[in-house]
Design a protein around this ligand. Sequence first.
Ligand code: SF4
Length: 381
Amino acid sequence: MSAVIDGTQPIRFYRPNPHVRTPAMRSPEYVQMSTAAAITLGLVAGQMHRVSCTHCLNLLVTYPEGCRANCAYCGLARHREEARDYADRNFIRVDWPTARYDEVIERVQAGSDRGRFERMCISMITHPESNADTYVLLEKWVRAVPQVPVSILSNPTTLERADLVRMRDLGAEIFTVALDAATPAIFDRTRGKGVDSPHKYEKYWAAIEWAAAVFGPERFGAHLICGMGETEREILDACQRVKDLGGHNHMFAFFPERGSLMEDWPAVDRGQWRRVQLARFLIDFRGVRVDAMDFDADGRVVDFGVARAELDALIASGTPFRTSGCPGKDDDRVSACNRPYGDSSPTDILSFPFAPAAEDVAAVQRQLAGEPVRAGLLAGD
Ligand code: SF4
């Protein structure tokens, strides 16, 4: 049965709105989608700074009772239930409108995205119905839109190995684990016992190892957030571990999400973030090992383990500083999932959702040299 506002009209599309009573929408009938995906589908009017669209339809399962976990950096966390209904909460800096899943599929089949979606992603949450509903969403999509491959952004807390096998057999192409925290201590503090949250570091790594076996090389990965108190060496060690298993690393700059328990934390240092982006790219795509890099006493990268000329050419290409994630059709090193402004503002871009221009690269080079400059604004902006 479709949800209604005020007992009158069935809800087909809902934009987060603190001035109305949030309708009781739940998956699998309903899904939330990123604002960028809603703009690309023509469901929301709007423009994004220097980006015309996203190439990934990022979906999120939705329930009125929300996520049962309590991660300190997440806008969807349980501790927010007093302040905002689930479907109204911001997540990775943006609002997530809700739509009927069948209509989303019909729109993509009808070409409303103008062929721009190269990937669809289902984000799971910690909820007793999340596994079963993910199967339903996945199966329907693969039947209706087989030409657009699916990634699963998983919640390992509710999963067993057999669930991964089932997702693969239903047609999921890539399986990703939102590990987020680079070390056991940070994991516990931000999403485990320290915040009365059910997640366990060991279970997350077990899921990454299952994914390596079930999905195979290049078909799994981990999300990692840079800037939650870990050293550069620690997060790059985690990247190397994922790479050694055959996977890829999808990096996020820590940004204090409004309404989260960490909203007062500082955003990640720009120099730290650029070094980690660059080193992660070398590990994932150039075969450079973290042991070949040099670090100072505080775990900061001081040598990337490649010749200066090669490093300069790579920096000048701008590619390591683009949003990292699951690939699109043309280039494995470029993510279809560009998450516009999911970890930074358009006036201070940390993950570039487009190919950086020469001015952007010049700003990145100054950040790598330790200058407190911003990147992303062009002369005349
Ligand atoms: S990188 Fe994007 S498409 Fe891939 S799992 Fe993460 S959110 Fe989904």
